[in-house]
Design a protein around this ligand. Structure first.
Ligand SMILES: Nc1nc2c(ncn2[C@@H]2O[C@H](COP(=O)(O)OP(=O)(O)OP(=O)(O)O)[C@@H](O)[C@H]2O)c(=O)[nH]1
Ligand SMILES: [Mg+2]
Length: 415
């Protein structure tokens, strides 16, 4: 599906990608991803350049000679947009724009822009706007330099009607109000999760690198009908569907927003309530595209983000997806369930792994203990949670949550 471009855009934005190699091991991989991100945002990449340096230049990020070469390249190739693969300070951004006469954005702005164009739900839009404002705020100078850059095109899309204003106080007020609205959404999600927990519903979250095939997996297992696309960040909003396991027990399967390296921390913070779905799950499926030469990195980036979010101690099942196009020798030594979500292969083993990881199964039941056997109710108090208990003319009636083993022992009292 083509991305929505701005009305003024008649041809795709021609973008030059610029990297600075400070000797990090993933410079090249990160630039490849930037290319995919640019494509997702609707740009056509006309060049990729990278400068090796010990440190970014504080004023211009790259060196001045390199900057002149960039300016020449832009002029000769009709470049409309420069996208840097690292976060730029407002001064760097302005200096680069002045030297090249081309609009310049950074990786964070690009990701925020994709999120803005992807956000569908009210919550998604609030989260993106909060992340954008948080990113903008320290970039506001007295003259509102960062804001004056808003002229349409990639990197400038906003989630709603709200036009960003130069007034800091206004932005602070807006941030406060967004936070307030989001914490109400978070409270609703908490209540929903609490209800599920009380009803003994086990939640399984599908997490992983963007484009790994998470939504395809959810669709294949549950007919959820979630959009799945060969683009980054197709999914922003979590979708939950019930899934029945071979043993007959049901779990709630939740699709979540994808991860990426150097995920802007403003996004992580703003998407807390969405990411909470993964953090609060009972079991996590870490899905990766094992046909990617760097899928091991994807798995570990996801693992690290999960522990940063406080979900490091959850049972995790590693799922190697897209085996239909992977080099099976290459993935030989990696532990994990092998599937092809697209072809529907490997599901029995995956469901078996989920069964194995299930926490003690619980069920909400009503039990009636006749007066002569009220002593048995102690077992419920010891092993379960009692929601209510009352005496009627037949005995003691309890509404409670107990594990299935205890329930089996007390089955004679089940109502
Ligand atoms: N060959 C192959 N392609 C697959 C498989 N599973 C998913 N895909 C493709 O991979 C692309 C991404 O799939 P999605 O399900 O949208 O991935 P996602 O992880 O939900 O991505 P985001 O929501 O963007 O983070 C789509 O083009 C899918 O058709 C698979 O098993 N084999
Ligand atoms: Mg998805």
């Amino acid at each position: 599906m083509p991305m929505e471009l701005h009305e003024t855009d008649t041809k795709p934005t021609a973008a030059l990608l610029a990297g600075v190699d400070l000797g990090e091991p993933d410079t090249e991989e990160s630039l490849d991803e930037l290319r995919e991100l640019a494509r997702t945002a609707g740009a056509e990449v006309v060049g990729v350049i990278c400068q090796k340096r010990p440190a970014p230049d504080p004023a211009t990020c790259v060196g001045s000679g390199f900057l002149r070469e960039m300016a020449d390249f832009c002029r000769d190739n009709g470049v409309d947009l420069i996208i840097f693969d690292r976060e730029l300070s407002p001064i760097q951004m302005r200096n680069i724009e002045e030297a090249t006469d081309v609009r310049t954005i950074d990786r964070t702005m690009l990701i925020l822009d994709i999120f803005a164009s992807r956000a569908r739900s009210n919550e998604g839009k609030l989260q993106v706007e909060l992340a954008q404002l948080r990113y903008m705020l320290p970039r506001l100078t007295g003259k509102g330099v960062a804001m004056s850059r808003l002229g349409g095109g990639i990197g400038t899309r906003g989630p709603g009607e709200t036009k960003l204003e130069t007034d800091r106080r206004h932005i602070h007020r807006r941030i406060d109000s967004l936070r307030e609205k989001l914490s109400e959404v978070a409270r609703q999600r908490d209540r929903q999760r609490e209800r599920r927990r009380r009803d003994g519903v086990v939640c399984v979250a599908i997490v992983g690198y963007t484009n790994a095939g998470k939504s395809t997996l959810l669709n294949a297992l549950t007919d959820a009908g979630v959009l799945s696309e060969d683009m980054l960040f197709a999914t922003l909003d979590p979708t939950a569907r019930a899934l029945e396991l071979p043993s007959g027990s049901s779990v709630m399967l939740v699709d979540t927003v994808g991860f990426i390296r150097r995920l802007p921390h403003h996004l992580i913070e703003a998407f807390k309530s969405t990411l909470e779905e993964a953090v609060q799950a009972d079991i996590i499926l870490n899905v990766c595209d094992c046909s990617s030469p760097v899928f091991r990195d994807h798995l570990s980036i996801t693992r690290n983000l999960l522990s940063e979010l406080g979900a490091g101690d959850k049972p995790v099942i590693t799922v190697l997806n897209k085996t239909d196009k992977a080099d099976l020798d290459e993935i030989g030594g990696v532990e994990g369930v092998r599937i092809s979500a697209r072809r529907g292969e490997g599901f029995p083993a995956l469901l078996e792994a989920v069964e194995q990881a299930l926490p003690v199964q619980k069920a909400r039941v009503k039990l009636l203990f006749p007066f002569s056997e009220i002593g048995q109710s102690a077992m419920v108090r010891e092993n379960g949670t009692v929601f209510s208990e009352e005496y009627n003319d037949r005995g003691l009636l309890m509404d409670c949550l107990i594990d299935t083993v205890t329930a089996q022992r007390l089955k004679d009292y089940l109502q």
